[in-house]
Design a protein around this ligand. Sequence first.
Ligand code: AMP
Ligand code: FE
Ligand code: FE
Ligand code: ZN
Length: 292
Amino acid sequence: MEVVVTMIDLHTHSSVSDGTDTIEELVGKAGQAGIEILSISDHDTMDGVDLAQELGAKAGIEVLRGMELSTHHTTGAGSTSIHLLAYGCDPTSEHIITLLRDLTEARESRVPKMVEVLNGLGLELTVEEVEAQSSVASVSGRPHVADAMVARGYVASREEAFATYLSEEGPAYISRYTPCLNEAIELIHQARGVAVLAHPWGRGSQEVLDATEIEKLVGDYHLDGIEVDHVDHDDQARMVLRGLAEDLGLIITGSSDYHGLGKTRNPLGVNTTPYDIYERLKSTIEERGGRP
Ligand code: AMP
Ligand code: FE
Ligand code: FE
Ligand code: ZN
């Protein structure tokens, strides 16, 4: 019997947020990489999805509506930033429109503050220079500040900008409004979408969002899935998360988190999701009346 292997990558970023490829380039590169089902999951916006679906249809690539929401989770062990993948949300949902507007406003007001801190550290930089780096984006973020620092020659790469200035521990870090994780899961469900934790045990968030907390998110808020196969998870994290997700009956995805040149360890298709899981994800969206 012929075995048909479908390449499915459900977490990618375009220049609509902090990826470096335009939607056209991203869909083109996905085709070259042999991706047959692709989700565009830009940070806090779905603005690139319609065009990607149009171009994907011409190129024979199915494009699933996605988005990666910035949230936070707080317990007795502390507070951590958590990313949440939202698949198939109805973009006309009032709940989603309000949330995305608040997130975008918070992002915009943060840029001048970061620039001011950097100026105070002796680095000359203007808001306009950051805006030039995010000119095609719907949302501005630390990666665009990093790009402006690279353009000035202060650092060699985004990675170096984060390591020396912009990470949460860095001297130029400014926090911004994010909804709490529980609230974001509820909003996704109100918009009839599917909520999947993005790389939950990458970058040290495991201490706050441990297995017990994940169980609570499923029991109390009906979290739908976990992104298990991701470059930020080592083998041990993947094994434990996979076991946990299986016990809880969750959707288990694997994806690249591609950012173009913005991240070097995340080429398209480096991690993928099996077809049967994709079918379950899509049919869940359809049953809820969402917009895949
Ligand atoms: P923001 O949403 O503006 O707070 O920026 C967070 C984004 O910066 C994340 O979604 C990542 O894409 C990117 N990022 C975080 N840490 C790093 C890093 N060490 N190197 C490169 N990009 C990073
Ligand atoms: Fe990003
Ligand atoms: Fe993320
Ligand atoms: Zn991402």
